[in-house]
Design a protein around this ligand. Structure first.
Ligand code: BES
Ligand code: MN
Ligand code: ZN
Length: 475
């Protein structure tokens, strides 16, 4: 506590729990005083801001009550101080736990603080970016949580890259721009990148992906990222991210209201970029492949029309009954492409259905998986990162509606259970490997006043991969 009193920083944030016992130092006195006066009550999310407190070296002291210190309360407290932190414009910020937190609590403090101080600037003419240059975390037994802390910081770097690309408008985040972002990642250790264009994709026979891209003047890109942390012979995890840089719906055009939010339809792709950013920091001993089918979905004289039948890369023909169900079309060819890596597992990440938003809202991503081990690992990673997902069913009966008289498969099956029928469509391309699908339509961005990408599910994916790495080291 004495050290905290002399901590020279612009903002000193102190987490208080109900277990707090004052010692004989200046900070303790301050805390005892405000608690006694009732200016700070012992409920999670209560915040008190003190300007130039006498006897302390900080410019501002912010006391954050976190109740008994539960993870949800830590998040609540940091978010309650968000406005205050932003208006104080600190360059240096210190966040202090008086008792050693759990790994999870520390993780949530790091990620929530990053979230609360993130500022989007890319397309503003007079942008003031994030003011915080330096955030220090103080805890009694810092050494014991070093690994957790480093992982949280690496996850944040990935989350912020995902937010950045998610937030950029479609004219500043074209398929070509995404490819350049991937190229930049390949400058980092153990990462390589290949970019395929329309010609190569045609040669591969990706008829479904091509069909979506053909309505736009913006050329498609198929991005292949590789992180090599293990021997060549080690089967990789393949991450496939939906990269629709703008989804107008195509000929089955969407209504005008909120159509701008369809710039976020590449948040799956952005999450793959984010994971690779984190891998570069964490350097786990595993192999990971990232696949991003990137294109626009626009109406034009060259667009696909409802009723058109296309041939996917694995030979299955698809009747495109609704051109707005384009995500599954770009993903199915990418899933077929992933066969060549003989993967340990394939996870696709997609802002796939409005139905998933209705089913689960913004709290948990929809999770679909028929493989028990993979399913358990992913759900656990959601918990450990607090980037939550929820298991959804994959009964074959849900695929009934995908039958059609004119092709092997239709791309839509009516409104009921729309998130599940979309997953069933994808599943038809995943026979050769364990597969999981994350529908992040509700979780990848926020609407309204807080409109912006969340960077989810980078946290979940990083934890899944790091758990695999730990498992490999034991084996
Ligand atoms: N990108 C959308 C899904 C979406 C919609 C995400 C709204 C978040 C908010 C996707 O391409 C889409 O348009 N899906 C359709 C499928 C339908 C035509 C079967 C949908 O959900 O309406
Ligand atoms: Mn669509
Ligand atoms: Zn879409």
């Amino acid at each position: 506590m004495r050290r905290l009193s002399s901590e020279k920083t612009d903002v000193l944030l102190v987490f208080l729990t109900t277990a707090f016992k004052p010692e004989k130092d200046v900070l303790s006195n301050w805390i005892a005083k405000v608690m006694k006066s009732g200016d700070l009550t012992p409920q999670a999310g209560q915040v008190l801001d003190i300007f130039r407190p006498d006897g302390l070296a900080c410019s501002r002291l912010v006391l954050l009550h976190v109740g008994e210190g539960a993870v949800a309360d830590i998040r609540k407290a940091v978010l309650a101080a968000e406005g205050l932190i932003k208006s104080a414009k600190p360059k240096a910020l210190t966040l202090s736990f008086l008792q050693t937190p759990t790994a999870l609590a520390l993780r949530v403090a790091v990620t929530t603080l990053a979230d609360a101080t993130y500022v989007y600037t890319a397309t503003k003419s007079k942008a003031e970016g994030r003011t915080v240059q330096n955030a220090t975390f103080m805890l009694p037994d810092a050494l014991s949580l070093r690994v957790e802390f480093d992982r949280a910081v690496a996850a944040v770097a990935g989350i912020e890259l995902a937010k950045e690309w998610g937030n950029r408008p479609a004219n500043h985040a074209t398929p070509t721009d995404l490819a350049h972002a991937a190229r930049d990642l390949a400058k980092l250790p153990k990462i390589k990148c290949d970019i395929l264009g329309p010609k190569e994709v045609a040669k591969l026979g990706m008829g479904a992906f091509q069909a979506v891209a053909q309505g736009s003047d913006e050329p498609l890109r198929f991005i292949v990222l590789r992180y090599s942390g293990a021997a060549k012979s080690a089967a990789p995890v393949v991450l496939v991210g939906k990269g629709i840089t703008f989804d107008s719906g195509g000929i089955s055009i969407k209504p005008a209201a909120e159509m701008d939010e369809m710039k976020f339809d590449m948040c799956g792709a952005a999450s793959v970029l984010g994971v690779f950013r984190a891998l570069a920091d964490l350097q786990p001993g595993i192999n990971v492949v990232g696949l991003i089918p990137a294109c626009e979905n626009l109406p034009s004289g060259r667009s696909i029309k409802p009723g058109d039948v296309v041939t996917s890369m694995n030979g299955q023909t698809i009747e495109i009954l609704n051109t707005d169900a384009e995500g599954r079309l770009v993903l199915c060819d990418s899933l077929t492409y992933s066969e060549r890596f003989k993967p340990h597992a394939v996870v696709d990440i997609a802002t796939l259905t409005g139905a998933c938003v209705i089913a689960l809202g913004a709290v948990r991503s929809g999770f679909f998986c028929a493989d028990e081990d993979l399913s358990r690992a992913m759900v656990m990673a959601g918990e450990s990162s607090q980037d939550l997902c929820w298991p959804m069913p994959l009964d074959d009966d849900y695929a009934e509606g995908l039958k059609t008289n004119f092709a092997d498969l239709a791309n839509v099956a009516g409104r009921p259970g729309g998130a599940i029928t979309a997953a069933k469509f994808l599943q038809k391309f995943t026979g050769k490997f364990p597969w999981a699908h994350l529908d992040i339509a509700g979780t990848a961005w926020k609407s309204g006043k807080a409109k912006g990408a969340t960077g989810r599910p980078v946290g979940l994916l990083v934890d899944y991969l790091m758990a695999l790495d730990a498992q490999d080291q034991q084996a």
